[in-house]
Design a protein around this ligand. Structure first.
Ligand code: UD1
Ligand code: CA
Length: 461
């Protein structure tokens, strides 16, 4: 059976009260519309999306991620039936079936759609409607049947008190034989409470003309939870995260206090890694095996390789951490940080565009920005790379096996050669050659009996 899919995503999304079109709000880190496209892509090659609000920007966003989708514009928001009319060229010469879906169902799965399509095929439906039974049917179109025969879909606003009692509701997902869709889409009127052209009227029109219209009921109602407002957005987000965590746990990841853990859709975690909630893992973060992620960690778009320990309250963004590193507690790794194997970054250390080679230790209270530090070097407590002169950023290059004493400032651009030492409390403004000691603090003076001379008490005398 030849199949094309059409996603309706031009609605105003008024109930979201947002400048951003509804379908671009994110669920588990992925725009709602993109989740729908992912779910149906394995079933059909040709997908069209109908966009409305902020058309130029919206279509650019879709094209950037799904360059092969067809995009249509619904110039005025006159209802779902009118939206389908805006995409007529997509199915005008097509002899197959058109799957129509709303763009606001973020929990759709490939399996549930695939099952619906197979059932429709088996029953030789000219038009099939996918219904479901949510816990609370409020807000959904009710599917009115007469025994086993479909009679109509009635929107809640237009439903009688009797019809409102019906629990079987419309998911907004339909399959139409393309030729019947194009022949009858113009028969839809707008005689309803909203004066909109409702796509939901088309199945009844086809049924009255004697075509084979079927209703199928989906099993898992969670798949079809729609997002119309931010309450439903949060519910959908929680449900998507729940599925994600479930999958990871069954694949061998330990997640403790799971209700306090956010792991977005594209995050990857390997078995035998432990995540102690509360933890937030965003974007394309990937964590390999045998890591421990402690409470309060917030990690975005980063790679953490094998056997690392991320201690409490560390924030890591767009960084790469190689095998066996320890980070934190309370470390801040900003974009462009690369820690090679077995690096230790301790508490209150901030890094940015910093490459720390194997075995480097920066255990306490440092700012390391725009820098490269060679193997096995030790960065003392309170070391600061002064990378900014008020106008430009400059680099600090530190060699291998270097010892930087505590409370040192390295005023960039500056370099410290291999096996060199910097004395504690130094302000380094000139390059330090390898195998040398640089020290820039004032010599210590001792004045004996100074307190006494000042008339102060002194126990020793
Ligand atoms: C719709 C159905 C309802 C069903 C519910 C399932 C209609 C009339 N009603 O109601 O039976 O139970 O979905 O979630 O279809 N859209 C456009 N252009 C428009 C209007 C809407 O493209 O002019 C798009 C929206 O972006 C959205 C989808 O169509 O993705 C559904 O529209 P929405 O306003 O959310 O309809 P519901 O009230 O949820
Ligand atoms: Ca909706």
């Amino acid at each position: 059976m030849k199949l094309k899919a059409l996603i309706l995503a031009a609605g105003e999304g008024t109930r979201m009260r947002s400048i951003l079109p509804k379908v671009f709000h994110e669920v588990a880190g992925i725009p709602i519309l993109f989740r729908t496209i992912h779910a149906i892509s394995p079933l059909t090659e040709e997908i069209a999306v109908i966009l409305g609000k902020g058309f130029e920007k919206s279509s650019e966003r879709v094209k950037a991620v799904f360059p092969d989708t067809f995009i249509f514009q619904q110039k005025k928001r006159l209802g779902t039936g009118h939206a389908v009319r805006s995409a007529l060229p997509f199915y005008n010469d097509f002899e197959g079936f058109i799957l129509i879906l709303p763009g606001d169902l973020p929990l759709l799965t490939t399996d549930s759609i695939s099952e619906f399509v197979s059932k429709s095929k088996r029953e030789k439906a000219d038009c099939a409607i996918l219904g479901f039974r949510p816990e609370n049917p409020a807000g959904y179109g009710r599917i009115v049947t007469n025994g086993n025969t479909f009679s109509a879909i009635v929107e809640e606003r237009d439903a009688s008190p009797e019809e409102r009692k019906i629990h079987l509701v419309n998911t907004g997902i339909y399959l139409f034989r393309a030729n019947y869709l194009r022949e009858h889409i113009h028969s839809i009127g707008n005689q309803n409470e909203q004066n909109e052209y409702y796509l939901t009227d088309l199945p009844a029109i086809l049924a009255q003309k004697g075509f084979n219209v079927k209703v199928f009921t989906a099993e898992d109602p969670t798949d079809f939870l729609g997002v119309n407002n931010r309450r439903q957005l949060a519910d959908a987000d929680s449900a998507a995260l729940e599925r994600k965590k479930q999958k990871l746990m069954l694949s061998g990841v330990t997640i403790l206090n799971p209700e306090l853990v956010r792991i977005e859709e594209d995050v990857k975690i390997e078995p035998d890694t432990t995540v102690f909630g509360p933890v937030h893992l965003f974007g394309t973060t990937s964590i390999l095996e045998n890591c421990v992620i402690h409470p309060g960690a917030v990690i975005r778009d980063s790679i953490i390789k094998k056997g690392c320990e991320i201690k409490p309250h560390s924030v890591i963004t767009e960084s790469v951490i190689e095998d066996g590193c320890t980070v934190g507690p309370m470390a801040h790794l900003r974009p462009g940080t690369i820690l090679k194997a077995k690096v230790k970054v301790g508490n209150f250390v901030e890094t940015k565009k910093a490459l720390l080679h194997k075995g480097v230790k920066a255990s306490h209270l440092s700012y390391l920005g725009d820098t490269e530090i060679g193997e096995e070097s030790n960065i003392g407590a309170g070391t600061i790379t002064c990378n900014y002169d008020g106008e430009k950023k400059h680099r600090t290059e530190i060699g291998k096996h270097v010892f930087i004493g505590s409370d040192s400032q390295l005023v960039a651009p500056v370099s410290v050669g291999d096996d060199a030492y910097v004395g504690a409390g130094s302000t380094i403004t000139k390059d330090v050659p390898s195998c040398s000691l640089a020290i820039s603090r004032a010599k210590q003076t001792v004045i004996r009996d100074w307190p006494k001379k000042k008339g102060k008490k002194c126990n020793q005398s």
